[in-house]
Ligand binder design. Structure first.
Ligand SMILES: Cc1ncc(COP(=O)(O)O)c(C=O)c1O
Length: 352
């Protein structure tokens, strides 16, 4: 058991040891949120109490399920440097998918990781200027782009003749059957067809100051939607059917986009999927890395997706208090994910 504070953890080893002793005395069936709240009542939130044995077990399980693909860890689902360090030190995990450029700059400066992809386009001018001015960060961080406006903003902030910045092209992975009359999934990017992706890749390659490092296509409708909602067998069957068709469509479309862009320039990575799509994404030959993290198994369980038997309750003892989720701030096609620290209770627990 470890007690962690989000920015500087693990905190207070003596206190953590006492907590571990206190919790060890609680019978397993009584170790619930109330017991954890009582045991940590004197500590200032946000904090997490994490069962490291479960965390490690699930990390190993994910590596097994990824079938040899390196796993890029989605930092937004952990937000805890101690846990990021821990999981990145394991074989099978490589690089971080960050939720904002500021976070990526911070994780780079703290030496947490030297391979950071920002999962969402950034319009944070200050952070972009810092990135452009820092040679170490420029080599370590890849920013997401999906339209010329993102490149224009970087040019404007970094100034004429700026050094190369690494960029990743965001291919929309939603499913649009019936001649695009139906839209299933997130509207992540204006780049949906291979033609659109190739045209934008050409635009990036033609522009000085940018290095096309990778492509990302995140299938939220598969990775982020539980396919076994309790007590709703018909809905479960419909979800699985939709997800199967969507995965097949995406495999073709993502594969074609990657093939055609690779013919223009080498791509260092092709990123896709998440915890809930690990098997299908890892089976797609065009993808080089799926991003996810051990704690996500709790979210998958909460969403109703049945985990394989060998998995333990993901973060049964992970409690995050007064930590608010991310909200994407949209303005036109430019998006930036911002953390908002507001007193609110969030809980991540996987219950059997
Ligand atoms: C771009 C991207 N990749 C991957 C993920 C998957 O993260 P996780 O499986 O940890 O929920 C997400 C989640 O929102 C995401 O936005």
């Amino acid at each position: 058991m470890v007690v962690s504070y989000c920015a500087k953890m693990p905190a207070a080893p003596a206190r953590a040891a006492r907590l571990a002793r206190d919790l060890a005395a609680v019978p397993a069936h009584a170790l619930d949120r109330a017991a954890l709240d009582r045991a940590t009542a004197d500590l200032d939130p946000p904090l997490a109490a994490v069962d490291l044995a479960a965390f490690d077990h699930n990390a190993g399980d994910l590596v097994h399920r990824a079938a040899g693909r390196p796993i890029r860890v989605a930092s937004k689902s952990v937000r805890c440097r101690f846990l990021l360090d821990r999981v990145l030190s394991r074989p099978g995990f490589s690089g971080l998918l960050c939720y904002s450029l500021r976070e990526a700059l911070w994780l780079c400066a703290t030496g947490t990781c030297r391979d950071l992809v920002v999962g969402y386009p950034s319009v944070d001018r200050g952070a972009l200027a810092e990135l452009a001015a820092d040679p170490v960060a420029r080599e370590a961080i890849t920013v997401m782009v999906d339209c010329a406006g993102h490149l224009d903003l970087i040019d404007e902030v970094a100034g004429p003749g700026h050094p190369d910045l690494r960029v990743c092209l965001d291919l929309d992975a939603s499913w649009r059957p019936l001649a695009r009359a139906v839209h299933i999934g997130a509207r992540r990017s204006p780049l949906h067809t291979p033609e659109q992706a190739v045209a934008f890749a050409q635009a990036i390659l033609a522009r000085p100051g940018f290095r096309l490092a990778g492509l990302m296509a995140y299938e939220a409708q598969i990775a982020g939607v539980g396919d076994a909602p309790p007590g709703r067998p018909l809905r479960a069957a419909a979800l699985r059917w939709i997800q199967r068709l969507s995965a097949a469509e995406l495999r073709e479309r993502r594969g074609e986009a990657v093939r055609r862009i690779r013919a223009l320039a080498p791509l260092e990575f092709v990123n896709g999927g998440g915890t809930g799509s690990l098997e299908t994404t890892a089976a797609d030959p065009s993808v080089t890395e799926p991003p996810l993290l051990p704690a996500s198994r709790a979210a998958v369980r909460a969403a109703g997706r049945a985990p394989p038997e060998r998995s333990r309750p993901a973060c049964r003892h992970l409690v995050l208090r007064r930590l608010r989720g991310l909200r994407a701030r949209r303005s036109g096609s430019l998006t930036d994910a911002v953390p908002a620290a507001r007193a609110e209770v969030l809980r991540y627990r996987g219950r059997r």
